[in-house]
Design a protein around this ligand. Structure first.
Ligand code: SF4
Length: 501
């Protein structure tokens, strides 16, 4: 019999990096403190539950060792947090969570809960197909707490909000999700960084182009949850049951940053909010205090072309925002319009990028190839725009119909091939940089053509002499050397190994 300890819950970040990033995980990819795991852990600490955080990703543990550590802790519940390092990256982390949980089930009888964007999007299927005892639909804190109580003290699983479970006869039931937490300051006041070894984390290489040796002083802090927009390819609002934004107060955010700086020596900060630069009062409130405290931070956050105002930029820069991530997605307005990605022209894009850089803020531009209306011509236009803009960093993505996004429903309804179809690579096929990556085909292009173009675009952009010269000029030769090391690394792609039809 499994004798449980007094540990109520272990919050697990299962190992996924190697499958998701291939060799890039060795040095180039970021290692980020698990935000949701930390928020829920602190929520439970506040209510006097005994919590352990196990970040197998950061510690480089394999599945078996992760399962063995959970088993040795003998908690009342193991919560597998299926979130990636960027808003759409949950699905690709499912295999890592499932393999670890299956190992755990082989060696211990510890109840497990899967929580995150993907389980929220497909709770029934997750419970049917994966080895978890329970699945959470919704953001999680209230579900986890109520489940711990029922497992520990007895009670009816039907009363645990957002819980999907099997009854004794094996029938699946799903409870209505818990209401989202309205007062973030009082109920989710911080992340439990005290339960992590904060020396394990590492910023993205580009975030520290100015000083690559400083990447280890890193953390991410959420200042808001959710996004008011409804881009077709985006799944980030899934755990919240709809679109909308909730903010932490500027006072709370700055108190958390103060803890990061004074207790953990953090200087490089990512704000992973789905849409940070939106509410002027929220942004200005945070910036004003950061300017006053003058911590010497190096911060990055996401912004949108159509919501960024020049009047905000001087303040952002003075507060330490040295990078903004901009969703440009495509050079073709008809491709963008097809995805409800706001109304802006290529000239707007040029103006915003120029304006941001004029304020001394570097731009990380995001592009997507293979949106449903994309053709080879429109993808070439996007690459040409990227090369023309020559931003300090660029991410090139393939369109994926992530579970939880409207695009996933459209793809299913139209029977477009998806990685999770029978015979497909499964959830790992949603990994952008993985060996088994399988993009969505477009009306005109196959998945293989899209993937091949994306890898070509990446190579073309980062080996472009004009890009390397700009980098040398702004950040020096060490940054250039780092990019060369990155482009020397070739991603292996199963889809490109088979001859084209
Ligand atoms: S703006 Fe669109 S892509 Fe960005 S977080 Fe919001 S819904 Fe997602």
């Amino acid at each position: 019999m499994n004798v449980l300890t007094d540990i109520d819950v272990v919050m697990v970040t299962p190992p996924s990096r190697l499958a998701v990033y291939q060799g890039l995980s060795n040095d180039l990819a970021a290692i980020e403190p698990p935000v949701w795991s930390g928020l829920i852990a602190a929520y439970l600490q506040q209510r006097n539950y005994k919590v352990v955080m196990l970040d197998a990703e950061a510690r480089g543990l394999n599945h078996a060792d992760t399962a063995a550590e959970i088993a040795a802790l003998k908690p009342g519940l193991a919560v597998f947090c299926i979130y990636g390092q960027q808003p759409s990256a949950s699905t690709q982390c499912m295999p890592g969570g499932s393999i670890t949980c299956a190992r755990l089930n082989e060696i211990a009888g510890i109840p497990s809960l899967a929580l995150g964007t993907h389980p929220s999007a497909l709770p029934r299927r997750t419970l049917e197909e994966e080895p978890f005892s329970f699945v959470c639909q919704g953001e999680g804190p209230r579900t986890v707490e109520a489940l711990i109580r029922v497992l520990r003290d007895g009670g009816d699983l039907a009363n645990v909000p957002g819980l999907w479970y099997r009854d004794e006869a094996g029938a699946i039931h799903g409870n209505r999700p818990a209401a989202n937490i309205a007062d973030l300051d009082s109920e989710l006041p911080r992340q439990a960084w005290d339960l992590l070894d904060m020396t394990q984390y590492r910023a993205h290489n580009w975030h520290c182009f100015h000083d690559l040796g400083s990447r280890g002083s890193y953390a991410s802090i959420q200042t808001s949850l959710g996004c008011p927009f409804r881009c077709e390819f985006c799944c980030i609002n899934t755990p919240f049951g709809g679109n909308g934004v909730r903010n932490w107060s500027p006072e709370n955010v700055v108190a958390q940053i103060d803890e990061l700086v004074t207790r953990y020596g953090v200087r490089n900060i990512k704000i992973p909010d789905e849409m940070f630069i939106l509410n002027r009062r929220h942004v200005a409130g945070i910036c004003d205090v950061l300017i006053e405290r003058d911590y010497g931070l190096n911060i990055w956050a996401y912004a949108r072309i159509d919501t960024l105002r020049e009047s905000m930029l001087a303040k952002l820069k003075a507060a330490g925002f040295n990078w903004l991530g901009l969703g440009i997605e495509s050079a073709s307005s008809s491709v963008r319009d097809g995805m409800a990605k706001g109304s802006f022209t290529d000239d707007n894009i040029r103006d915003v990028v120029r304006m941001v850089r004029d304020h001394g803020i570097a731009v990380g531009a995001n592009y997507i190839f293979g949106l449903p209306d994309d053709t080879m011509d429109s993808m070439n236009e996007t690459l040409a725009l990227a090369i023309e803009l020559n931003t300090e960093w660029a991410n090139f993505y393939c369109a994926m119909a992530y579970p939880g996004s409207p695009l996933y429903e459209e793809a299913r309804a139209n029977k477009w091939p998806l990685p999770d179809d029978p015979g497909g690579p499964g959830w790992i096929g949603y990994s952008q940089l993985g060996y088994d990556a399988m993009p969505l085909p477009t009306m005109a292009l196959s998945a293989r053509q899209v993937l091949e173009f994306r890898d070509h675009a990446f190579d073309r952009y980062f080996t472009n002499p004009a890009y390397l010269a700009m980098l040398e000029d702004k950040f020096g030769s060490e940054a250039v050397g780092h990019v060369k090391q990155m482009t020397a690394h070739r991603l292996k792609r199963r889809l490109l190994e088979t001859p084209a039809a």
